[in-house]
Design a protein around this ligand. Sequence first.
Ligand code: UVW
Length: 322
Amino acid sequence: MRCLYGCFLTLGAVWLTVVPLKAQETPIGPKWWPSEWGPEDQRGAINRITPQKVLQAAGLIQEGKVYQLGRVYENGMPMFGNRHYSLTIVGSPSGVAEGTNQMVWHDEMFSGEIGQIGTQFDGLGHIGTRVGGEDVFYNGFKRSEFSKPYGLEKLGVENVGVFFTRGVLVDVAGYKGVERLEVGYIVTVADIQGALKKQGVEITGGDVVLFRTGHGKLWMVDNETYNSGEPGIGLEAARWLVDQKVVMTGGDSWAVEAVPGDDPNRPFEAHQVLINRNGIYNLENLDLEELAADGVYEFAFVFAPLRLRGGTGSPGNPIAVR
Ligand code: UVW
């Protein structure tokens, strides 16, 4: 018995030596709150979009060409897990005016995970981490205190505001000279730096950074492969992007991070690093083909998430303008 007790003590001492106490505070490392923008902040990295940043972005508009980065929302589009999308026209026509002008109109009925299907913006209420018995989100907000049946009472997408900032496209597929990167390919910091050098641009604080992997070519062409996994950033790149003080990551795949990622036993950990720990947003299922074809690597990026009170995310049609 004494030996058993002694052995536990020895094992404990070894564990504490190898993994410092702070790193064990949560399943994803040291605790991440309070946020650098204060203990009540609910907006995270969008705080980096200052009036100066908006003017810098506006200065990038030289030709007046607008690129739509959003996908068409439609039946049969790829979706994660059992999420669903349904749009139906209510009767047809949905109504007829009683006047002699006889106007007719159509309305639609929609159901679906409105913030998490198609081109989707991940807000700060989307991703948390179970720490002991509590689910902890950005800035230490606890799910038990803010999640309510009719919407989140903290970190709802209505708090975010508008992205009008400098956008950078990192065309990793172009840099590697491939049509598309394989499912599971992990984009490294060296890849990002290599692509940026080739493109002649740099990432600066407050930017939105969009990754083109070529995976988007599968959208509505081979949805099975599209959904089977994806190339994307891994933890090394996610942490590097945190250090660059970006506002949002995005890409032509459904999670932007590689699936499977660095460790199949720790799925979607880049989501936790970016959104949960650092308040950096993520924008998924983008169409980046036209931007890449035109060699547009730096542009004004504009996106206004829907102000869905208590929502976790938003659909939409982000744009790049140059
Ligand atoms: C999850 O919600 C797990 O992933 P995503 O943000 O890619 O939809």
